[in-house]
Design a binder for this molecule. Structure first.
Ligand SMILES: C[S@@+](CC[C@H](N)C(=O)[O-])C[C@H]1O[C@@H](n2cnc3c(N)ncnc32)[C@H](O)[C@@H]1O
Length: 254
């Protein structure tokens, strides 16, 4: 599909902002991609969002010695690392939660050990903790092989802005979701892309057709692609230039 791409870069500020039109279920959805640090959100003037998704640092790189990832270098095994991790999320939520609508939802992905700290931070903010969701996979046993219980689930923290009057469609849905750990269909992205079905599981009950979703860590664009399936416009932040190019390509292919 011709996406009617509008593209401009603000040189000097290392910014790239791309607007795309992608087909939704029954409308064309607007997607805006920002190649910049999501902490800059605080100084922007964005329309409010119905859903905010957050798939940021897990604090896993020091433990597993994964390659240069200066955005996820928190060591949760030591108290200084845990404090830095909490401070990072404090700044992120200060910058972003002001854009969450009164009826809106927030989803935060992490391992349980990181989710535990993020949940403590989020008690400082005007959001209502609703559920600790587990995404369970049993096709991946590489981490901690032979030295710990094999990791086979991740956490998705679910919050709403208010304790009542939020969007939750009338489904019976359990707080454990079973789906294999896979990379988004046919791409080479190597930094923790979430399966589309996991995000769809969340949006199935909280979507707002015609509304807006903010993906704080857009990566490959899973959240944005899922949003369009529910006729939602979306905004994504991705500061890594290579990932940003891939993100634009993934959306453009849609
Ligand atoms: C775990 S991945 C997100 C994957 C995404 N959920 C998906 O399914 O593709 C995190 C992404 O956020 C980007 N990132 C990390 N810190 C960022 C920041 N402060 N601002 C913008 N992007 C950031 C990284 O470059 C990486 O691509």
């Amino acid at each position: 599909m011709d996406l009617g791409t509008e593209c401009w870069a603000r040189n000097g500020e290392m910014k790239n902002i791309i607007s795309l039109k992608v087909p939704g279920k029954s409308k064309t959805c607007a997607v805006q991609l920002f190649q910049m640090n999501n902490l800059q959100l605080g100084n922007m003037d964005l329309e409010p969002f119905d859903i905010i998704t957050c798939d940021g640092p897990y604090g896993i790189w020091p433990e597993y010695g994964w390659p240069d990832s200066d955005w996820d270098n928190f060591d949760l095994n030591v108290s200084q690392g845990r404090e830095e991790f909490k401070e990072y999320y404090r700044k992120l939520f200060t910058a972003s939660l002001k854009y969450l609508k009164d009826t809106g939802s927030l989803f935060v992905f992490n391992y349980p050990e990181g989710a535990n700290l993020i949940n403590i931070v989020l008690y400082e903010f005007p959001v209502h903790f609703r559920r600790w969701i587990s995404w369970i996979y049993d096709n991946h046993f590489d981490f901690d092989r032979g030295t710990n219980f094999a990791r086979s689930h991740e956490t998705i923290l679910y919050y709403t802005k208010n304790a009542s009057n939020f969007i939750f469609h009338d489904h019976i849905v359990k707080d454990c979701f079973f789906h294999p750990l896979i990379k988004i269909e046919s791409n080479q992205f190597n930094e923790g892309a979430k399966p589309l079905k996991v995000v769809e599981f969340l949006l199935d009950v909280t979507n707002h057709p015609g509304g807006r979703l903010l993906s704080l860590f857009a990566g490959t664009g899973t959240d944005l692609i899922a949003a369009s399936k529910y006729d939602m416009d979306s905004v994504g932040f991705e500061f890594n230039a290579d990932n940003f190019q891939q993100l634009v390509g993934n959306l453009a292919k849609k």
